[in-house]
Structures are given as structure tokens and as C-alpha cells.
Design a protein around this ligand. Sequence first.
Ligand code: AMP
Length: 353
Amino acid sequence: MADTTIGILGAGQLGRMLALAGVPLGLQFRFFDPMPNGPAARLGMQIAANYTDQDALTRFADGLELVTYEFENVPLPTAAFLAQHVPVLPPPAALAAAQDRLTEKQFFQDLGIPTAPVAKIETYADLLHAVHTMGLPAVLKTRRMGYDGKGQYVLHTLEDANQAWASLGSQALILEGFIQFQRELSILAVRGLTGETSCYPLVENTHSEGILRQTRAPAPALNPQLQEQAEHYARSALERLGYVGVLAIELFQVNGQLIVNEMAPRVHNSGHWTIEGAETSQFENHLRAIMGLPLGATTPRGNSTMTNLIGELPDIRALLATPGAHLHLYEKEPRTGRKIGHVTVCEPRAKNQ
Ligand code: AMP
């Protein structure tokens, strides 16, 4: 694969980890991100320009094997423009489905997959009507650009609804029924160019203030029926989208039932454990998939716990002295609420397991 360069839209930590997985496969990388010097920039040339700058996009696409992306809010016209010059994978249809929380929920509902009840909110009267029919608590969310819990409010009272409307009311919104879940899980699945699919085990995620703090992989007390249900959801979504690459689906567990919260058409924070904790990492498998190479095994190597480093760095020496700990720093300036690295602690599987 000499001289094969892959373009990545976004130069954040996901782009960085994709490149770190691709260099041993003989791949080279080029990044496009409006913010200069992103965490990935050390691993390839970065073009820092606006996503609407067609000259910059043409320069970016020149000589690339294909383009992929590390975040789901790539503007659709950008993906469509690039697709005239070079293959864009996963297919831009996945971006369209995932960028709007309403179309995303409808996408899963059309597949017969359960989601939280949802109502489209365009006016204050819509909000009052939806609160009345759905009941409280409920969650008011922006349809677009929400991430890490941003752009959403849990409503317990009508007064909450008024306040949330004052803050979000100028944007397109949805109201979601509040799911009293036992835990949050996610599944990562990968589909190759010729349609073969493979799934990683379900993992358990702990969030606080809307930000993923910790992932335990595989999810504790994981029974085969739950895994089967999640794989069925993932495979249905992959097939419907004609998907190529890694797809992440976030789920709520309510008793034995899985309810889809959202999907991300890209590698995902809840899959970072796969770097050391699985036979093939999500990053390598994403690259294998989009390059038309055989997929790697998704089997876990044991139990892993991935913890995000958020806001400030812990004592690195102490951390590295922990047996089985693997540190990843993203070269980002520490800032409150910002993911600046992660650490995965792997416990090898006992010999008789
Ligand atoms: P999201 O940005 O949609 O992933 O939401 C961030 C977090 O808010 C989720 O990981 C959940 O912990 C919580 N959350 C979102 N939607 C709901 C819901 N409908 N019911 C209960 N909790 C929710």
C-alpha cells in the first residue's frame, strides 16, 4: 500500500488514533479541519480551512485514495463535493441519518428498533402539547449539533420547560420521553466493502454531565440474548445504510430490552478500549473496512476499563505504575470538561475462561 494516502475530515483525537492504527498498515494520512494544529496534525499534513472552501477541499482531495471522517457533523455539501473527486466512506447517507436527532430516531423506528418516544418541536405550543401528551420527566434536545450532553435539558416541571425554551427555543428541537434505564451500553460494529460484518461485545458506559467518563468492556453481566439484540440492531442499520466502516450505537438497557439512544457513523470513544483490549482495534478495523481489506477479529482479549482524562491530567507516574495501564494523551491543552486523553486498564482473561 505504498503511497496510499487517506484523507480524514477532522483532525481531533479520533483522527489521531486512526492514523496511529494505519501507519503500521503502510498508510499515510492527510487531515482537513478548520482548527489548525489538531491532535492529529503531527501524523500527517493538515489543511486548515473552512468546510465550505472548495479550493481547499480540492487541494485536500488531490491524490487521495479515499476520504473518511472522524466526526458526524461534517456538512453534507462538503461530503457531496468531495464525493465528486474521491470515494467518501462511510457513505454520506449515514451522515444525513445521524446529524439530526429526529431523522435518526425515525431511521431506527422504520427498522422496527425501539427508541425513546419523540416529538418534533417547532413552537412553544408544540412543546406544551408534547409535555402534556408525553408527560414529565422528558428531555428537550436540539435536533442538530448536540454532543457531550450539550444542547439538552431534562424537564421535571413546567417551569423547567419554560426555562429550557428560553435557552433553546430559537433552534429546531425534539422532546424525548425520559427513559428510566438500568444502564447505558453501546455496541460497535464494522462492515466491509463487500458486506461482511462483525460486532464487538456490548460495553457499559458511565456518563456524568453528559460526558462519557468510563467504559467497561465487555459489559459486566452480559448475557447472549442482550448481545444478540444489539447485533441485530447494528446489522439492520449497517445494511439499510449500505454502510462501510465502524458504526457506534448508544443504547439504554431497560430490563432485558435495549432502546437506541443515538448512533455515530464513525469510530467512537466507547471503543477506545479495543486498542489494547481486542484482537483488532476499532481504528484498524475502520481502515481495513474502507480500504476493502479483510476485517480483523473483534474478540476481546480479556476485561478492560477505559477511563477518559477530562479537564486536567492526573499523576502520570502513578498512572503508569498501575499494572495493565495504557496511557493515551491527545496533546490538547487542559480545559474544564475537555477530553485530553484516556487510560485503558486490561486484565487478561483467566487461563480457564
Ligand atoms: P445524548 O447527547 O443524546 O447522548 O445524551 C447524553 C446523555 O443524556 C445520555 O448518555 C444519557 O445519560 C442522557 N439521556 C439522553 N437522552 C435521554 C433520555 N431520553 N432518557 C434518559 N436519559 C437520557
